[in-house]
Design a binder for this molecule. Structure first.
Ligand code: HEC
Length: 738
């Protein structure tokens, strides 16, 4: 191995010895530098998806319980010639229907109903066109569907109906109703009016039919609206469900004479019967053990799935029981995206079909609890052993950003309390204001850099300082101490001393095989957080919990190697004439957006991998584009973990050792790429590798996943709508320099 330049944090291996002329080698070195810039920002892009899927925690029990009180609506006073009628909630309903696609299942329709409806009608029997409809008020927090998790999610998230429980309708115009009312005749007409949901008004026209009979007005009105109009969708949950934007609303009303009919003040829905006994699995004996083994380590408070759904007690489980059935039957939970091809991966979930069926049978029986709802759900010992210890919890000082800077990169120094050289062997990112956390990165800095950072801290009167791609602190880096044997960077993505990262979809990490990052007393960590602010910027106190182990000979330093491949995804043939479908125009646009790296990275990667745009697109079929790069392992050691990264139109990714030889071994195979689940995979057994051993990275992209975007020729660049073919593997080198 030749020694490397300071930029070598990104390990793009040299060609095997003897290959290529001196010029060739120089060219490759330039290439290496070029691609470093790209990778330095790659993590920014990894995080770019994050806010799309960050959702508030489902506080299961809280959102599962709603009051069934009927709302109050302004009353009408009948004028001469008018008959006063009042909506009878027990004979009325509002229904929503949205087409949805659930992972692994046929498209279906989500349907929810509320009966919390109030309002008055003043019917003019002589001149229908003069009839008045008072404000109609609907309690949409009471929407109930066949899935209690969906209801909870809609309440607290998409409709936010726990905050805005009441929707209103104000009539503007009745069209097509005239003359004297005829008993028993069905009238068809349209109603124009203003619907207000989440405090956002929108004009809506309803198609209606109505009949006046026996002193009762019975009406049905239907309309189609856009969820996006009310900032309530289309709904997309990290690969689990996708809905259409159109929602069909059906309002069924029966209005009666309030003087002669009692109007109910609550509309309690019939409670789902619970059945227990034969054939129904017991919560305590069957259900809880499955969840404690498969789910609790991620969904207990403070754990990595808890930002979406917290399951701490039996009551929590019951409150979202339908959702638990849905996600396990769909194979969405426990999450796992790697195929069984290739080397064995650690901690593959082993939930069985029988267990999934038991969960479903219990849910179908009404989710009966045979324990107190407060009974804790705790991970099994084995499941808990996957979680790093939180030996020190390091928090940032409370930081309040500004909605003026919606993408805000902020660096904060964290100071581990150590008095001797100590290994960081695992970490947990502590999420505070989840909805505004986009991604985070952790850098290791020396004591000298820590001192120099003081001048930058406190920028704008707030903790930390603003820092785009990395902290840029002057001073000796921890791996460049002339007085010491050379340390090795653990550059997660090619950035100097980047040692850890967090994006939604990533669990806490224990570095495998007793390896880690060596911290000297006085060294510090910099936590860089990418905040994404919407309409508000809440004070945030996120942090990092670290697992520490003493510097003993059995703990080893690790490095992260970062194979890359170029990206050439032409437009679909029907879009070929669009301006940005021209490759040169697309590259120019990238330079405008990202600076020189917007085009330079791709050029560098093509050269590094020995491809041209023509060679990579030769068999593009109009939809699936492919790329690959043949690289080599940089030094002898063992590989302990792998990770793949692409953006939103990624289709598949594979990393293979000794590709195309009888010794071929697939390190990671992700046949159906999901942007929302970029997980770290540990190897079940460390895999011995040699310097120079061939390694191929392959990616494919599916143009169809870019439907609806402005068509553009896509190359390797940083934006979420650009693409990458990017992987990492953790390598514990045999040569340990400390
Ligand atoms: C490796 C950690 C992990 C494990 C194990 C795990 N989950 Fe999850 N789960 C997550 C994460 C992270 C999310 C959030 C994804 C998202 O944004 O929708 C999630 C989402 C969910 C959701 C969707 C919530 C919503 O409203 O979007 C349900 C339901 C769920 N998990 C249930 C389960 C069940 C049941 C199990 C066990 C059979 C399980 N999970 C195991 C990490 C995990």
């Amino acid at each position: 191995m030749t020694d490397r330049e300071p930029l070598d944090d990104l390990v793009v291996p040299e060609p095997p010895d003897g290959e290529g002329s001196a010029t060739e080698r120089r060219r490759r070195r330039t290439v290496r530098r070029l691609s470093v810039a790209g990778v330095a920002i790659a993590l920014g892009a990894v995080g770019a998806f994050a806010y799309q899927q960050v959702k508030p925690v489902v506080d299961a029990q809280r959102y599962a319980t709603v009051s069934h009180e009927v709302p109050k609506a302004p009353r009408l006073t009948p004028a001469a010639g008018e008959t006063l009628l009042r909506i009878d909630p027990e004979q009325s309903s509002l229904t929503y229907e949205v087409d949805e696609k659930l992972v692994g299942q046929k498209a279906g329709t989500a349907k929810g109903v509320t009966q919390g409806i109030a309002g008055d009608v003043a019917l003019n029997e002589q001149a229908l066109e003069k009839s008045r409809i008072g404000q109609i008020v609907v309690n949409i927090e009471q929407f109930e569907s066949d899935n209690n998790l969906r209801d909870a999610r809609i309440r607290q998230d998409f409709l936010q109906s726990n905050r805005f429980p009441l929707a209103t309708f104000n009539l503007e115009k009745l069209n097509g109703l005239t003359g004297r009312v005829q008993e028993g005749r069905e009238y068809s007409f349209t109603i124009d009016g203003m619907v207000t949901v989440k405090d956002q008004p929108a004009t809506v026209t309803w198609d209606a039919t109505a009949t006046w009979e026996d002193g009762k007005l019975v009406a049905t009105a239907t309309t189609t609206a856009k969820l996006s109009r009310f900032d309530a969708g289309p709904i997309s949950i990290a690969g689990l469900v996708q809905t259409e934007d159109d929602v069909r609303l059906t309002l069924k009303l029966t209005a009666v004479d309030p003087a002669t009919t009692d109007i109910a003040s609550t509309v309690e829905r019939a409670v789902q019967p619970e059945t227990s006994g034969e054939g129904v699995p017991s919560y305590s004996r069957t259900i809880a053990p499955i969840l404690e083994k498969q789910c609790a380590s991620c969904h207990n408070s403070g754990q990595f799935g808890a930002h979406t759904l917290t399951l701490d007690t039996a009551g929590d489980v019951k409150a979202v029981s339908d959702g638990i059935k849905t996600v396990t039957q769909a194979g969405y939970m426990p999450p796992w995206f790697a195929s069984d091809k290739g080397v064995e991966l650690a901690h593959k979930p082993d939930i069985t079909d029988a267990e999934i069926a038991q969960l479903a049978a219990w849910v179908d029986a009404g989710a009966p609890l045979d324990v107190d709802p407060a009974t804790k759900l705790r991970p099994t010992k084995e499941a808990a052993s996957l979680l790093p210890r939180q030996d020190q919890k390091l928090y940032i000082d409370t930081y309040t950003g500004s909605t003026q800077t919606s993408n805000d990169y902020r660096c904060f120094v964290l100071e581990p309390e150590i008095t001797e050289p100590t290994f960081m062997t695992g970490y947990t990112f502590i999420q505070d204001q989840v909805a505004q956390l986009h991604h985070a990165q952790v850098f290791h800095i020396s004591q000298e850099q820590r001192e120099n950072a003081r001048a930058m801290e406190g920028e704008g009167g707030q903790p930390g300082w603003s820092c785009y791609s990395s902290p840029f602190i002057p001073g000796r880096r921890p791996d460049r101490d002339p007085g010491k044997p050379r340390h090795r960077d653990v550059g997660f993505a090619g950035q100097a001393n980047l040692v850890a990262g967090w994006v939604p979809g990533q669990a806490p990490v224990i570095f495998p095989e007793r390896s880690g990052i060596l911290l000297e007393p006085g060294d510090a960590l910099v936590l860089q957080i990418h905040y994404h602010f919407g309409s508000s910027a809440e004070p945030d106190r996120s942090g990092l919990a670290i697992q520490l182990d003493p510097d003993t000979p059995d703990v080893r330093e690790m490095r992260v190697v970062n194979p890359l491949a170029p990206v050439e995804v032409p437009c679909a043939p029907e879009d070929a004439d669009e301006p940005l479908c021209d490759r040169d125009a697309a590259l120019e646009e990238n330079v405008r957006l990202y600076g020189p790296s917007g085009a330079g990275n791709q050029a560098g990667l093509l050269a590094l991998c020995g491809h041209t745009p023509e060679s990579l697109t030769a068999d593009f079929d109009g939809r699936i584009a492919r790329s690959s790069c043949d690289l080599v392992v940089p030094e002898d050691g063992v590989i302990t973990g792998v990770l793949g990264h692409m953006h939103t139109i990624g289709s598949s990714l594979r990393m293979t050792l000794d590709y195309g030889t009888p010794a071929e071994q697939i390190l990671l195979d992700i046949p159906d790429w999901s942007f929302d689940w970029q997980m770290n995979y540990g190897l079940a057994k460390p895999l011995r590798v040699k310097a120079g051993q061939p390694l191929r990275l392959e990616c494919s992209w599916d143009r169809a996943k870019a439907a609806g975007r402005v068509p553009k020729y896509i190359v390797f660049a940083e934006g979420t709508e650009d693409e990458m073919c990017f992987a990492t593997y953790s390598l514990i080198p045999d040569r340990q320099d400390r």
